[in-house]
Design a protein around this ligand. Structure first.
Ligand code: GLU
Length: 285
């Protein structure tokens, strides 16, 4: 057995499609061909979007496809304490600040400023709450239950970068990268009612689960710049990365959960075999 550990980390917000199958097979094949371990993690921190039936169905779909995984499945919603611990560490470093802006406030501020820096996922947070005084923060948090006043904790990326200094990370396709987490701006790391975010929980879990190679789609390439910063702040060794290409439909668009025709379930209902679906997902033989 080698030391290689990869994982597949779907969110149960819909049925898996061929793009997920590609990603899962990529991580699984990479691990198995190196006699390493392959882990399955359910990223279900968002109770508004995740459903237990999707979790049950995705586990069944992956097994039907012929995949197996090592050890128990880690369900993120069972581990909020791990994320709280990491958040407390970031808080103690002074790199978090509460943000009281609603989406509307942010849109209005961007419109007012005339132009806003854009990141790979759209306009960046304009920093409205970054410089509020401690007194104002306390006052607003005390009134945090007022409608529209739900607060979030954001990462002060510049303050964090000053602490860590320059960082690098490695992608097996694109080579060494100088970390540029500022491309994503001051991201939300937790909300009043959810003590974590995708960025925080994925970084914590990849570390706690001993993942040595993060395999995932290239749509998450820029997120890795930020995850590298979080790893440095939290004292984690960085894993290696392999951001793979995305499967596209005939029109060249990325497959999405809403494209029901492409779901593994619908292909199976049409009578396709696991081997056929594996081939459609780019893994023939
Ligand atoms: N849960 C994420 C998703 O379904 C993937 C996270 C990752 O691989 O880092 O898009």
């Amino acid at each position: 057995m080698s030391d290689l550990v990869t994982r597949f980390a779907p969110s149960p917000t819909g049925h898996l499609h061929l793009g997920h199958a590609h990603s899962a097979l990529f991580g699984w094949t990479t691990a198995r061909s190196a006699a390493g371990r392959f882990l399955l993690r359910i990223e279900d921190i968002d109770p508004n979007r995740c459903r237990p039936n999707y979790e049950r169905d995705l586990i069944e779909d992956l097994a039907w496809l012929g995949l197996d995984w090592d050890g128990p499945i880690r369900r993120q919603s069972d581990h909020f304490d791990d994320f709280r611990t990491a958040l407390a560490r970031l808080e103690s470093l002074g790199v978090l600040y509460p943000c009281f802006c609603t989406r509307k406030d942010i849109a209005a501020e961007i419109a007012r400023a005339g132009a806003a820096p854009h990141g790979p996922d759209g306009p960046l947070y304009p920093g409205t709450c970054r410089h509020r005084s401690a007194a104002e923060r306390a006052e607003r948090i005390a009134h945090g239950d007022a409608p529209g006043n739900s607060w979030a904790l954001r990462l002060d990326v510049e303050a964090a970068r000053r602490l860590t200094g320059p960082l690098r990370w490695h992608d097996q396709v694109q080579g060494w990268q100088d970390a540029t987490p500022e491309l994503l701006g001051d991201v939300v790391l937790a909300r009043k009612d959810t003590p974590t975010s995708y960025h925080l929980s994925v970084t914590v879990d990849d570390h706690l689960q001993g993942v040595t190679l993060v395999t995932r789609g290239e749509d998450l390439f820029f997120a890795s710049h930020l995850h590298r910063l979080l790893q440095a702040l939290l004292g984690y060794d960085p894993p290696d990365y392999h951001h793979h290409g995305l499967l596209r439909n005939a029109a060249g668009e990325r497959l999405a959960k809403r494209d029901r025709a492409q779901s593994l379930r619908s292909l199976r209902d049409e009578g396709r075999s696991p081997a056929e679906v594996r081939a459609m997902a780019g893994f023939a033989g």
